[in-house]
Design a protein around this ligand. Structure first.
Ligand code: NAD
Length: 500
C-alpha cells in the first residue's frame, strides 16, 4: 500500500509515527493509499524548519519572491491536467470541476505575483516640521494553514501564495482525506526555485494541528473547514497569541423574485446546488422563491432538470458527468440520514436522490440529487449544513420575509438574489447579513484580487482570505516617524539632478 507522508525542507519525508489514515477513491470505494499522521514532535520539526528558513526568505527581495511565483504559476498551468486527475481520484469531483478548482487557485498566485506593488506601505512627508512618516509591511514569520477536503488545491492556494509572497514561511496541514495534491504543489514550488524549508507540508490530524495552534514560533493560522473546528482553532490559536482567520461552514440561500428570469435562475441553481455533489461552502442549499406562483413554476422546472442530472465517476472517457460521488461512505450515510430527517420533519421530498440508479457506481459513494419543498426555518434540513446534493425550497410571501429568514440563520457565507428589479437587488445587498452576495450570480466567489469570507458563524476573525485582506493578514505594519536635523547644510540644501 502506498504511504503518503510529509514534505519537509525541500523533500518528501517518510513519517515516523505508526499512525496512518486510509485514502480512498470515492468513485470506486477502493483504498488507494494511506497517509501518515504526524506526531507532535514531527510537527514541531516542520515548524523549526520553517522558522530557520524565515531568516533568509524574509530578506529576499519582493521582486525575487514574485519571480519564483511567476515560475510556479507556469508550472501549475503546465500540470493542470495532472493535478485535476489527482484531485478527482481522491476527492471524486468531476474532471472539469477539478480543473476549475486549479484555475481558481492559480488566480491567487497571479495576484500574489504583484507583491512588489502590494507590499509597498505608505509615506508622508513633513508630518511635522522636518518630520517624515512611513510604514512598512513586514512578514510575520512562520504561518500555518489547515485545509478541508473539498478543495485540496484551491484552499491551500488561497493561503500560501500570499503568505510566501509577503516573505513568510509556511507549514501546510491538508485534509487527511485527499492529501496528494498539496504534496505535488510543494514539489512544483521547489521546481520553481523556492528555497528549501520555506514551504512544508505536514500530514496529520488533531495531534499535528494542536502543535500548530500552540507552538510559540507559529505567528499566524489560516483555517478553512467546519464551524465547530473553526471555532476551536480560533479560540485556541488566539489564546496562544496568534493571528487567526478561521472560515467555517455555510447554508446559502438564493432568493428568486417573481420578476426573475426563471430559466436563468433554474440553470444557475442546478449548478450551484448539485455541482461538486453539493460539497462546496458556496453551494446554494436553499432556494427561496417569493410568492406561490414563483415557487410552483420553480419547482416544476427544477424537477425537469433533475431528471437530466448525470451522476457518475469524475474521471471518464468522454463528456463529464454533472456530479461525482461524495467524499466518504460515512458522509454519504450522513447525507442520506438528513434526507430521512427532512421527511420525518414534514418537508415534502419531491425528488429522492437515494433512489437514483447510477450506472457503474459499484462501491462508490454516490447519491443522486434530492429536492425538498415546503421546508421551514425550524427544520434541521434548513438550520444545519448538509454538505451534499440536497436542495430545499423554502417558500416565502415577500421580499422582507426572505431577508428576515436569511438574516436569522446562524451562517452567513454566501447568498444570491435573482431579479430584474434594480431596487430589490440594491435593497438586498444593503440589508442582507451575509459576507458574499450575488445579484443574478449564483456562486459569488470573489476574484483573487478581492477578499473571500463570510459573516456570523461562517468566519471567526476580522480578516478575510486573499485579496487586500490576505496581504494585511500575512503582514505586520510598522510605522516610522523620523526627524533629521535640517538647516546645517545650508549651502547644499537645494536639490540638483545627478549627472548620469
Ligand atoms: P473539517 O472541519 O472536518 O476539517 C478541516 C481541517 O481540520 C482538516 O485539515 C482536518 O484534519 C482538521 N481537523 C478536523 N478535526 C479536527 C480537530 N478536532 N482538531 C483539529 N483539527 C481538526 O472540515 P471538512 O469536512 O474537511 O470540510 C468541510 C467543511 O469545510 C464544511 O463545513 C464546509 O462548509 C467547510 N468549508 C468552508 C469554506 C469557507 O470558505 N467558509 C470553504 C471550504 C469548506
Amino acid at each position: 500500500m502506498k504511504t503518503l507522508s510529509h514534505y519537509l525542507n525541500g523533500q518528501l519525508s517518510a513519517g515516523q509515527s505508526q499512525r496512518t489514515s486510509p485514502v480512498y477513491n470515492p468513485a470506486t470505494g477502493e483504498q488507494s493509499a494511506q497517509v501518515a499522521l504526524a506526531t507532535a514532535d514531527e510537527t514541531r520539526e516542520a515548524v523549526r524548519i520553517a522558522d530557520e528558513a524565515f531568516v533568509a526568505w524574509s530578506k529576499t527581495s519582493p521582486l525575487k519572491r514574485s519571480r519564483i511565483l511567476f515560475k510556479f504559476k507556469a508550472l501549475v498551468e503546465e500540470h493542470t491536467d495532472e493535478l485535476a486527475r489527482l484531485i478527482s481520484s481522491e476527492h471524486g469531483k468531476v474532471f472539469s470541476d477539478a480543473k476549475g478548482e486549479v484555475t481558481r487557485g492559480l488566480e491567487v498566485v497571479e495576484f500574489a505575483c504583484g507583491i512588489p506593488h502590494l507590499q509597498k506601505g505608505e509615506h508622508s512627508m513633513n508630518v511635522g516640521t522636518g518630520v517624515d512618516s512611513y510604514s512598512m509591511m513586514q512578514p510575520l514569520g512562520v504561518c500555518a494553514g489547515i485545509s478541508p477536503f473539498n478543495f485540496p488545491a484551491m484552499v491551500p492556494m488561497w493561503m500560501f501564495p500570499i503568505a510566501l509572497a509577503c516573505g513568510n514561511t509556511f507549514v501546510m496541514k491538508p485534509s487527511e482525506k485527499d492529501p496528494s495534491t498539496p504534496l505535488r504543489l510543494a514539489e512544483l514550488l521547489k521546481e520553481a526555485g523556492l528555497p528549501d524549508g520555506v514551504f512544508n507540508v505536514i500530514n496529520g490530524d488533531k495531534e499535528a494541528v494542536d502543535v500548530l495552534l500552540t507552538d510559540e514560533r507559529v505567528q499566524a493560522v489560516s483555517f478553512v473547514g467546519s464551524t465547530p473546528i473553526a471555532e476551536y482553532i480560533y479560540a485556541t490559536a488566539s489564546a496562544h497569541g496568534k493571528r487567526v482567520q478561521a472560515l467555517g461552514g455555510a447554508k446559502n440561500h438564493m432568493v428568486i423574485m417573481p420578476d426573475a428570469d426563471l430559466d436563468q435562475a433554474v440553470g444557475a441553481l442546478m449548478g450551484a446546488a448539485y455541482g461538486s455533489a453539493g460539497e462546496r461552502c458556496m453551494a446554494i442549499s436553499v432556494a427561496v422563491p417569493v410568492g406561490e406562483e414563483t415557487a410552483n413554476r420553480l419547482r416544476e422546472k427544477l424537477v425537469a432538470e433533475l431528471d437530466k442530472l448525470t451522476v457518475g465517476p469524475g474521471l471518464v472517457d468522454g463528456p463529464d458527468n454533472d456530479m461525482g460521488p461524495l467524499i466518504t461512505r460515512e458522509h454519504r450515510e450522513k447525507v442520506a440520514g438528513y434526507i430521512q430527517t427532512g421527511v420525518d420533519e414534514g418537508a415534502e421530498l419531491v425528488v429522492d436522490g437515494r433512489q437514483t440508479t447510477i450506472d457503474g457506481a459499484g462501491d462508490g459513494y454516490f447519491i443522486g440529487g434530492s429536492l425538498f419543498d415546503h421546508v421551514t426555518p425550524s427544520m434541521r434540513i434548513h438550520s444545519e449544513e448538509i454538505f451534499g446534493p440536497v436542495l430545499a425550497i423554502a417558500r416565502v410571501a415577500s421580499f422582507d420575509e426572505a431577508v428576515s429568514m436569511i438574516n436569522a440563520h446562524e451562517y452567513g457565507n454566501g447568498t444570491a438574489i435573482f431579479t430584474r428589479d434594480g431596487d430589490a437587488a440594491r435593497q438586498y445587498c444593503e440589508q442582507i447579513q451575509v459576507g458574499m452576495v450575488g445579484v443574478n450570480v449564483p456562486i459569488p466567489v470573489p476574484m483573487a484580487f478581492h477578499s473571500f469570507g463570510g459573516w456570523k458563524r461562517s468566519l471567526f476573525g476580522p480578516l478575510h482570505m486573499h485579496g487586500p485582506d490576505g496581504v494585511r493578514f500575512y503582514t505586520r505594519m510598522k510605522t516610522i516617524t523620523q526627524r533629521w536635523p535640517s538647516g546645517i547644510r545650508e549651502e547644499t540644501n537645494h536639490f540638483t539632478m545627478p549627472t548620469m
